[in-house]
Write a new protein. Structure first.
Length: 260
């Protein structure tokens, strides 16, 4: 829909699973009166989905763009997930640039070598294509709630996320391009369970990076300081909310958005 320019919203939400599983567009619309759509991409960071966001930025009428980041957003990456999803759109320069930064050889071959892409499609991909009854619509507007309970086994060891300066600058350039369209970016650091926060030794450094990226022109909302973070029953692991947590978070975000 992005590539066809057939989808837009007053509150467009981009990010990884912390967008996909945390923002309920129906609740956002009910609370704010603005249309919303969840463009979250599981298992990806902006250095992968950035081309899609830039394409969206070429046509959208939104006044704001929400980007939900993760605590490992600025760690160096050298591989792309879910490659087959992007293959039909590699002729688009924005898509190709972001992906080729991650895996230059792979995406060069996918773009220029005939039939090479067939090796990336599995049986489920073809089944979806040829299943004429597989028209499900999109009643949740991209939202993918997880009705999970707490998953035992989260590590108790200290974590220090490596910071890659190139990833920060790539992120900064995307924010600047959005601003050039006279839109504001709302940068989100999603809730993290309080015990999980204690394990992240450079969480304050990560917060400061997001603040820097927002600058004076944009908005940074830090939900790691929300009361949600103290309630273990709202999470299914340290960094992901279950459906009850997502609904509560969506209402809290709506309040902050409405106050802008």
């Amino acid at each position: 829909m992005i590539m066809n320019h057939s989808i837009d919203a007053d509150i467009p939400i981009f990010g990884s699973s912390v967008a996909l599983e945390h923002f309920n567009p129906a609740l956002l619309t009910k609370a704010t009166g603005h249309s919303a759509y969840n463009f979250g991409f599981e298992g990806t960071k902006l250095n992968q989905y950035g081309g899609l966001l830039e394409e969206f930025n070429t046509y959208s009428n939104a006044e704001f763009v929400v980007i939900a980041g993760t605590v490992n957003e600025f760690s160096e990456s050298n591989f792309a997930t879910y490659k087959s999803n992007y293959i039909p759109f590699l002729k688009n320069g924005k898509i190709y640039t972001f992906l080729s930064n991650l895996e230059p050889r792979t995406f060069f071959l996918l773009r220029y070598v005939p039939f090479y892409s067939f090796t990336f499609f599995n049986n489920n991909y073809y089944k979806e294509i040829f299943d004429s009854n597989n028209v499900k619509g999109d009643p949740l507007k991209g939202f993918y709630p997880e009705n999970n309970v707490w998953e035992a086994g989260d590590s108790k060891s200290a974590i220090k996320y490596k910071i890659d300066l190139e990833s920060i600058e790539r992120f900064r350039r995307v924010v600047q391009k959005i601003n050039l369209k006279e839109r504001k970016v709302i940068l989100i650091l999603a809730p993290i369970y309080i015990e999980g926060q204690k394990q992240i030794t450079n969480l304050n450094q990560i917060r400061e990076i997001y603040k820097s990226l927002a600058g004076a022109e944009n908005i940074f909302m830090d939900f790691t300081e929300s009361n949600i973070c103290n309630r273990k029953e709202l999470f299914y692991n340290n960094t992901h909310l279950n459906i009850a947590g997502a609904d509560l978070f969506s209402k809290e975000f709506s309040e902050k958005f409405s106050a802008l």
